[in-house]
Write a protein that binds this ligand. Structure first.
Ligand SMILES: Nc1ncnc2c1ncn2[C@@H]1O[C@H](COP(=O)(O)OP(=O)(O)OP(=O)(O)O)[C@@H](O)[C@H]1O
Length: 267
């Protein structure tokens, strides 16, 4: 798995994600909407990039372009030096967990492991490892309807991590959750990203979420989204006291800087 100190072979200096003058339009003729761009961005391996901006500024479009779900109308998207392949380049978590309701918690993760080409004999151990990583140890046999919305989103995270794709992409994954569950999951995602060193891109409206999670924050202007602010976050990472972090002066001053930038960019 890639990390800042252990980059995948052949990507030295080229970054995990490279966007070169990328724009994306939907529709044709009078119905054309330019959702995003032009955007140029280099994301080194191991970075946790947060895209933040007002509703409709093109954040999800940019994420879908990086996942390879959409092709850019103009410009070039590269992941590890080549155009992204949907389902291969990235594990993706959406706002809704999108689980198979007729399968168990473990069964949902098993499907992802199967599609990732993991041999049947190895799947049980890998599944248990992934469930433990997202705080769901001992729940493999439970039905999806027996667990909470927050736990369902944890299953979606485990599933997205199963294939060990180079990228981990999350599109407002906690928007539908209550504040406390949201904080817990933010802490878990921060921990997972520190543990795995996976290059991550996270989309949110929230300046607070951006500052808590990001090692880098990009604020997008209103549609068509362009980079209004590109900020390295110099807060401690790794296994730290999260309450202390949230209460620190640096954290709060950065949060207000990002919050002002998001409002200014949307005006
Ligand atoms: N499939 C589509 N067809 C047509 N227009 C689309 C499509 N997807 C998005 N758009 C439009 O593109 C613009 C950007 O949408 P996008 O979902 O990328 O923004 P966003 O910043 O993620 O918004 P939100 O925060 O509300 O989810 C919006 O005006 C949206 O209506």
């Amino acid at each position: 798995m890639p990390s800042t100190s252990d980059r995948p072979i052949g990507t030295e200096g080229s970054g995990a994600i490279h966007l070169d003058n990328v724009s994306h339009r939907y529709g044709t003729g009078d119905d054309t909407v330019t959702a995003v761009g032009p955007v140029s961005l280099d994301v080194p391996a191991g970075e946790f990039l947060v895209l933040v901006g007002a509703s409709g500024c093109g954040k999800s479009t940019l994420l879908r372009l990086i996942a390879g779900f959409e092709q850019p109308t103009d410009g070039q998207v590269d992941v590890l030096g080549k155009p992204p392949t949907p389902g291969e380049s990235a594990g993706v978590v959406f706002q809704q967990p999108r689980l198979f309701p007729w399968r168990t918690v473990g069964g949902n993760v098993d499907v992802a492991l199967k599609y990732a080409g993991i041999a049947k004999a190895d799947r049980g151990a890998r599944r248990d490892q992934l469930l433990e990583r997202v705080g769901l140890e001992g729940t493999a046999d439970r039905r999806i309807w027996e667990i909470s919305g927050g736990q369902q989103q944890r299953v979606a995270i485990a599933r997205a991590l199963a294939a060990e794709n180079p990228l981990f992409l999350l599109d407002e994954p906690f928007a539908a959750l209550d504040a406390l569950t949201r904080e817990r999951l933010q802490e878990d995602v921060r921990g997972v990203s520190s543990d795995t060193g996976r290059t991550s891109v996270f989309v949110t409206h929230s300046a607070d979420e951006a500052v808590f999670l990001g090692s880098r924050i990009v604020v997008l202007s209103k549609r068509p989204g362009q980079i209004a602010l590109d900020l390295e976050v110099d807060l401690p990472r790794g296994r730290i006291d999260f309450d202390e972090l949230r209460n620190s002066r640096d954290y709060n001053s950065l949060r207000s800087e990002v919050s002002h930038a998001v409002k200014a960019a949307a005006a």
